[in-house]
Design a protein around this ligand. Structure first.
Ligand code: ADP
Ligand code: MG
Ligand code: MG
Ligand code: MG
Length: 418
C-alpha cells in the first residue's frame, strides 16, 4: 500500500488493507478473519488502533490530514508521522527500551505499526486514579538525560547532527502549534482558548495584563524557536507516558524537533506539579490524597536528580561533539574546568526548565488543550480552586525563575501555594 494515495483506516478496512504485511501477520496471526480491531485514540490528533489475533497484538497509529480534536477545518500535514517514526528510532537508540518497539512504517499512509503496550495505561490516568508507580521518576530522568544529551552537539558528530537538524526542521506545522498554543494564546483572548468561567475570570484578566509575565513568556518562546540545541520529544507530558508498576515507556513524539533541552524537562515536570495541584479535586474523603501529593513531589525531585546525575555522567564519559572539547580541558589535566562548564550548563537548564514549566501550567488551564487532571474534577468551584493554584505557581516560575535555586525550593513553593 506504500504507493497508494493516503486513505484513513477504519476498524472495518484495516485487516484487508494491512493483512499482507509480514510485520502484522507474524505478530497478530495469518488468518485476518480472526483479527479484532478497536480504535482507541484518546489523543488530540491521530487514529490509534489496537489489532489483536491468535498470535498477539499490535498498535497501528495513523495520522489524519487534520487535527482530530477540531476537525477538517484545521488541516495538519501527514508528515508528522514521519517525524514521529524518526524520533522513536532515535530515542530507542539513545535510551534503549524506553519507547514502544517499531515494526513497520508507511510514509504515504502516515502509519506506524508498533508494539502494543499492555497492560500499560497512560500515566496521567493512573495519577488521577491515585496510583503510585515507583519507577517513573528514575525512568523519566534517565530518558530525558540520555535523549537530550545524546542528540546534542555535546555528543553527536557534527555532520550527523546538522543533517538531523535539517531533517526535523521540516516539522514546521507542529512547531507552529506549540509556538501559538503554548507561548502566546494563553496570554490574550485567542479564539480557541477556554477556562473555568466565571470562577477564574478575574485571575485570568490579571495574568493577561501582567507585563512581566508576558515579556518572560515571549523570552521563553524566543528560546524555544531559536535554540536548536537537541532533538526534543516536544510533547513530553504525563499523557505521553505509558506505565505499569514495573515498566515506563514514552510514546507520541510527533512534535519532535531541534529545540532547547529544557523544554522537555519543563513540560514533563509541569505536568507532575499540575497533578499535585489537582489532587484535592480527586479526594473521596478529606486528606485521602496526602500520600499521593507527597509521592508526586518526590517523583519531581527524583526525575530532576536522576536527570542531573545522568547528564553529568554523560558529560564526563560521552562528550565527543564540538562543544567544550576535552582537548581544552581534561586532556590538559584540567578537570575542574570541565566541571565548571557543566555547572553553567545545568544551572541555565534549570532556570529555563522552570520557565517552560510555568507556561505549560498556564496553557493547560487557559488555552485550547486542557488536561484531564483538572478536567475530570466535576465540581467547577473545586476545579477552579485547584487551577488557580497552578496558575499562580506558573506565574511565579515564569517571572522569578532566576531567583530559585533548587528543586526542593520549587516544591516548597508549591506546598505554600497549596
Ligand atoms: P495522539 O498523537 O493522537 O495523542 P497517542 O500516540 O498519544 O496519539 O496515542 C493515543 C492513545 O492511544 C494513547 O493515549 C494510548 O491510550 C493509546 N496508545 C498509543 N500508543 C500505544 C501503544 N503503543 N500501546 C498501547 N496503547 C497505545
Ligand atoms: Mg498523545
Ligand atoms: Mg500526539
Ligand atoms: Mg538560579
Amino acid at each position: 500500500m506504500t504507493t497508494d494515495a493516503f486513505k484513513a483506516l477504519t476498524v472495518e478496512t484495516l485487516p484487508v488493507r494491512l493483512g499482507k504485511l509480514e510485520a502484522m501477520r507474524s505478530r497478530v496471526g495469518d488468518d485476518i478473519a480472526a483479527w479484532t480491531v478497536r480504535e482507541v485514540g484518546d489523543g488530540n490528533l491521530n487514529l490509534v488502533f489496537i489489532v489483536e489475533g491468535p498470535a498477539g497484538g499490535v498498535v497501528v497509529k495513523q495520522a489524519l490530514p487534520y487535527v482530530r480534536l477540531v476537525g477538517d477545518s484545521w488541516p495538519l500535514p501527514l508528515k508528522r508521522s514521519f517525524f514521529e517514526y524518526h524520533a522513536l528510532t532515535r530515542q530507542e537508540a539513545r535510551d534503549p527500551g524506553s519507547t514502544p518497539k517499531i515494526f513497520h512504517f508507511d510514509e504515504a499512509q502516515a502509519l506506524i505499526v508498533m508494539e502494543f503496550l499492555s497492560p500499560h495505561i497512560i500515566l496521567r490516568r493512573g495519577l488521577i486514579a491515585g496510583n503510585i508507580y515507583p519507577k517513573i521518576g528514575r525512568d523519566l530522568g534517565l530518558f530525558m538525560a540520555r535523549t537530550l544529551f545524546r542528540g546534542s552537539d555535546f555528543h553527536m558528530e557534527t555532520k550527523h547532527r546538522k543533517a538531523d537538524l535539517a531533517l526535523f526542521a521540516d516539522n514546521v506545522e507542529l512547531c507552529d502549534i506549540t509556538e501559538s498554543l503554548v507561548f502566546s494564546d494563553p496570554y490574550f483572548e485567542a479564539k480557541l482558548n477556554r477556562h473555568t468561567s466565571p470562577q477564574l475570570d478575574s485571575l485570568v484578566a490579571e495574568l493577561r495584563a501582567d507585563r512581566d509575565l508576558k515579556v518572560e513568556a515571549q523570552r521563553l518562546k524566543h528560546l524555544f524557536a531559536a535554540n536548536a540545541e537537541t532533538l526534543v520529544h516536544g510533547d513530553l507530558h504525563t499523557g505521553s507516558i505509558m506505565v505499569t508498576e514495573a515498566d515506563t515507556r514514552m510514546i507520541d513524539p510527533e512534535f519532535a524537533f531541534y529545540g532547547p533541552m529544557a523544554f522537555d524537562v519543563g513540560m514533563a515536570l509541569a505536568n507532575f506539579w499540575m497533578a499535585f495541584f489537582s489532587q484535592r479535586g480527586h479526594e473521596k474523603a478529606p486528606g485521602d490524597r496526602e500520600r499521593m501529593r507527597d509521592y508526586l513531589l518526590g517523583v519531581i525531585v527524583e526525575a530532576w536528580s536522576v536527570f542531573r546525575a545522568e547528564f553529568s555522567h554523560l558529560w564526563r564519559t560521552e562528550r565527543t561533539g564540538i562543544l567544550y572539547e576535552k582537548s581544552l580541558f581534561e586532556h590538559q589535566g584540567d578537570r575542574l574546568a570541565s566541571e565548571q562548564a557543566l555547572d553553567h550548563v545545568l544551572h541555565q537548564l534549570f532556570d529555563d526548565m522552570l520557565g517552560f514549566a510555568g507556561v505549560e501550567c498556564h496553557r493547560r488551564i487557559l488555552g485550547l488543550a486542557h488536561n484531564a487532571d483538572f478536567e475530570t474534577i466535576e465540581d467547577a468551584d473545586l476545579r477552579a480552586t485547584c487551577e488557580a493554584k497552578a496558575l499562580r505557581f506558573g506565574r511565579h516560575l515564569v517571572v522569578n525563575r532566576k531567583a530559585i535555586h533548587g528543586i526542593e525550593e520549587v516544591n516548597n513553593l508549591a506546598g505554600l501555594i497549596e
